[in-house]
Design a binder for this molecule. Structure first.
Ligand SMILES: CC(C)(COP(=O)(O)OP(=O)(O)OC[C@H]1O[C@@H](n2cnc3c(N)ncnc32)[C@H](O)[C@@H]1OP(=O)(O)O)[C@@H](O)C(=O)NCCC(=O)NCCS
Length: 185
């Protein structure tokens, strides 16, 4: 085999490894994501887990983890017995959604306000699994909508899940709302 043929075989082999390798990794990622276990709880019941998560992710200096750390700090500092959804990977707390259920007297509707949401891992699907559980809560509570004051970098994530900018709140441009489908309530 001459040198050029050798290079060609090498290039084809590398391409095959990349294509088939990616094909094997992608289902594995989805498999991992689909194994995220969510649990309805309150912030006071997971305080030790929040602290363990803090120590686990603090060394990760990526922008994404630093903003997740900020949210974790808020949850530990400001929310004492709030309802929340915890996401678990075995015994590791890998995500939290803190929410509030309320009734808007003026509009005569029930609502859910998503106060904090963060995934503390690079595993995909955690944010989506947390929001899916909040939607279930909203349906059970006959809520009309779910609102969130979205961080700019999370806007696309919420849009992908069906949230839209709420134009009624001109003073709060970051507010996004998901209408809870009536037929499925
Ligand atoms: C925002 C956050 C909770 C999303 O959680 P996640 O587990 O990374 O998101 P998921 O993997 O469930 O993503 C669901 C979908 O949204 C997309 N998505 C996630 N983050 C995105 C982003 N920043 N921009 C565009 N799309 C995004 C994913 O690609 C995925 O799309 P798909 O369903 O077509 O595959 C997470 O990135 C996070 O904790 N960020 C830091 C804290 C933060 O900003 N929280 C929001 C405060 S309002």
């Amino acid at each position: 085999m001459n040198y050029q043929t050798q290079r060609l075989v090498q290039a084809v082999t590398t391409m095959m490894v990349m294509v088939f390798g990616a094909g094997m990794i992608r289902p594995l990622m989805f498999q991992l994501a689909s194994h995220v276990r969510t649990e309805r709880t309150t912030t006071d019941k997971i305080i030790d887990d929040l602290e363990r998560t803090w120590h686990r992710i603090a060394p990760d200096i990526s922008m994404r983890m630093q903003s997740a750390l900020g949210i974790l700090k808020n949850i530990m500092g400001y929310y004492y017995e709030e309802p929340c959804i915890a996401a678990w990977d075995n015994s590791n707390l890998i995500g939290v959604a803190v929410y509030e259920s309320g009734y808007d007297k003026d509009r005569g509707i029930r609502y859910i306000a998503l106060k904090e949401l963060a995934s503390f891992t690079h595993m995909p699907g955690v944010g989506k699994a947390l929001v899916a559980e909040v939607i279930k809560v909203a349906k059970e509570e006959n809520a009309d909508n779910i609102s969130v004051a979205s961080a700019p970098e999370a806007r696309k994530f919420y849009e992908g899940l069906g949230f839209r900018k709420d134009t009624r709140y001109m003073g709060e441009p970051s507010l996004m709302v998901l209408k809870v489908p009536k037929a499925e309530k």
